[in-house]
Design a protein around this ligand. Structure first.
Ligand SMILES: Nc1ncnc2c1ncn2[C@@H]1O[C@H](COP(=O)(O)OP(=O)(O)O)[C@@H](O)[C@H]1O
Ligand SMILES: [Mg+2]
Length: 294
């Protein structure tokens, strides 16, 4: 069930056993005085894909930068892999963040050097780091890029290399900030399938930040809606995407499958299935067209 957090009161909650990231009531104000997060609570559980949805400036990237310890909460509590994050905590390598701007993340002379950078920094020998890098590139079918010069890669290829760089650190969680926002449809689908594969076949937990509700509908098991630095709703995609008021408040649109389903179901009595994914909608419509009893 989705919840609204409109009240200013904010409670700390117990950290559950299968909770990889637990955020209670964090506040963040940038040095120039811009308040970017207020009373934010967030959880990530094992094996799920969570989407943080919000329009530009909602606070998605600021929240993401807390998840690997890049930013520390001045107010509130952050617990990552059952360890409390304090001002003294360094970068948490088990939470790998793929930043929106791949150019800032991919910088070594060749792809393999770039993907080896993290493991070498972590103290692995050159051979171990090379193996970790190759394994990471292979796991996302990008080993063919290993000798390429990052500067000349396409945006989609660069994003893959950034993901490999994060995977080479053997994280438990992968966080991707606007993972497909600047990519064409073919490369977007490639990145999407990599993220789903990491969850399905590698048991990783994934967080994405996006304002693309179709992307969130395709990938997410659970959604957080952020507006003006606050979580205004959290829940299943089938609840969130049918809540027009919340989406409007966040400056977001319903996914296409939801819009189509809602407009058709006004004239036809369709089963109350609340599809959010295109293929679920197609299945419902095919059954309607075949005259099957719903
Ligand atoms: N380094 C910064 N200094 C000051 N304000 C910032 C900084 N980075 C982001 N902000 C502000 O914080 C708010 C949230 O930004 P951000 O987390 O980047 O949102 P989103 O990723 O959802 O677009 C915005 O008002 C933005 O202008
Ligand atoms: Mg952002």
């Amino acid at each position: 069930m989705s919840i609204n957090r409109l009240a200013s009161a904010c409670d700390f909650h117990e950290v559950k056993e299968d909770e990889l990231i637990h955020v209670d009531c964090i506040e963040h104000t940038y040095p120039d005085g811009t308040s970017s997060l207020h009373n934010v609570c967030f959880s990530l559980f094992k094996g799920e894909i969570v989407a943080i949805c919000g329009s530009n400036g909602a606070g998605k990237s600021t929240l993401i930068e807390h998840l690997n310890g890049l930013l520390k909460p001045s107010v509130g509590r952050l617990v990552v892999l059952q360890h409390e994050v304090t001002q003294k905590t360094g970068i948490i390598s088990e939470v790998g963040v793929v930043f929106q701007d791949a150019d800032s993340q991919v910088f070594a002379p060749t792809v393999i050097d770039d993907v080896m950078f993290g493991p070498l920094n972590k103290g692995l020998s050159k051979d171990e780091a090379r193996k970790a890098a190759l394994d990471a590139l292979e796991s996302i079918q990008a080993a063919h890029l290993m000798k390429r010069i990052p500067y000349f890669l396409s945006k989609g290829e660069k994003r893959l290399v950034a993901i490999a760089g994060v995977l080479a650190m053997d994280p438990k969680v992968i966080v991707a900030d606007e993972p497909t926002s600047d990519l064409d449809p073919v490369h977007s689908r490639r990145i999407e399938s990599v993220l789903v594969d990491l969850k399905t076949n590698y048991g990783m937990s994934v967080v994405i930040a996006t304002h693309d509700m179709d992307l969130a509908a395709r990938l997410a098991d659970r959604i957080y809606v952020l507006a003006e630095g606050q979580v205004i709703s959290e829940g299943k995609p089938s609840d969130i995407f049918y809540d027009k008021a919340i989406l409007k408040r966040a400056g977001l649109e319903q996914p296409a499958a939801v819009r189509i389903y809602e407009s058709i179901s006004q004239d036809h009595s369709l089963v109350d299935a609340k599809p959010v994914k295109e293929h679920d909608l197609i299945e419902i419509l095919s059954r309607v067209l075949q005259g099957a009893r719903l």
